[in-house]
Ligand binder design. Structure first.
Ligand code: MG
Length: 279
């Protein structure tokens, strides 16, 4: 495998077999998956899904735990519905993360990743301690299979995330760094945050986006190269910190346009890698 092999973030669902074929034909050696819907995690579909993935020859580098009832409509809705912060769903979602981890292990991927929700800035906030405990439980479960849990960046500053990682105090707690999220959530310059989080980065999303236009809103996601991340400086910074893992293209739109954007982003990244002499 070359340094920084390219990949895509792929949802499991309708037409998955065809989409997998398109990804393979486009020449992607790696992919991250999102947690398959329940009907795909039950037999006999589960075994069929694992077989499809194995037959594709594409390496799964991570599976993203996503949860029922989440919405990314605006900052307030994210705070209320996303990840492990909402108390009423926390225990069920921790259990679901373990189910997701079992599937991840079956397809041979080393990482489960997720947005865990807004980490409270105040360490004495009860939500902060609850998130620390939830992450310790999940990390301990994953450790038995020699797997990592990767925190998806975006909803907090690099400073806060690094403090949180130290407080959870588990060797297998890592980071999936998404530079576009930091911009879209308005949490800070992603390149500065990447330098701070370098020791923990095990995966990245190559995604682009714009800063929020108004308080309480989220910025808009853009095709790679058309937002405000500065994707070349992002890849150069990854090279500088010694990152060699996959570059996973994420494009959060459905259908054929997503595939077209994957292919365009691949060309862009191949050009940047050649220019920076990464192979
Ligand atoms: Mg992402």
């Amino acid at each position: 495998m070359p340094l920084m092999p390219l990949g895509v973030m792929l949802g499991v669902g309708t037409d998955f077999a065809n989409r997998l074929r398109s990804i393979k034909e486009a020449g992607f050696p790696t992919m991250q998956l999102s947690r398959p819907p329940d009907e795909w995690l039950a037999e006999p579909r589960r075994a069929k899904l694992a077989q499809l993935i194995e037959d594709s020859g594409i390496e799964v580098t991570s599976v993203a735990a996503i949860y029922d009832g989440e919405s990314y409509a605006d900052v307030e809705t994210v705070r209320r519905t996303v990840g492990l912060l909402p108390e009423e769903t926390r225990a069920a979602r921790v259990a679901d993360t373990k189910l997701c981890a079992d599937f991840t292990h079956e397809v041979g991927a080393p990482n489960v990743s997720s947005h865990i929700g807004y980490i409270p800035e105040d360490r004495v906030d009860p939500g902060y301690g609850a998130l620390v405990s939830a992450l310790q439980e999940i990390c301990d479960y994953l450790e038995r299979r020699k797997m990592n849990f990767c925190l998806e960046t975006g909803q907090e500053s690099g400073q806060l995330l690094s403090q949180f990682i130290r407080d959870v105090d588990r060797e297998n707690l890592k980071v999936n760094f998404d530079p576009a999220n930091m911009i879209m959530y308005g949490t800070g310059d992603p390149i500065d945050a990447l330098a701070l989080l370098a020791p923990w980065v095990r995966g990245v999303h190559c995604k682009d986006g714009e800063w929020p236009k108004a308080e309480g809103q989220l910025g808009e996601e853009k095709p790679l190269g058309e937002g405000q991340v500065g994707i070349e400086r992002f890849i150069a910074k990854l090279q500088e910190i010694g990152y060699e893992g996959p570059l996973t293209i994420e494009r959060e739109i459905p259908g054929d346009q997503q595939m077209r954007d994957f292919v365009r982003a691949k060309k862009l990244l191949e050009g940047i890698k050649a220019k920076l002499d990464i192979d």
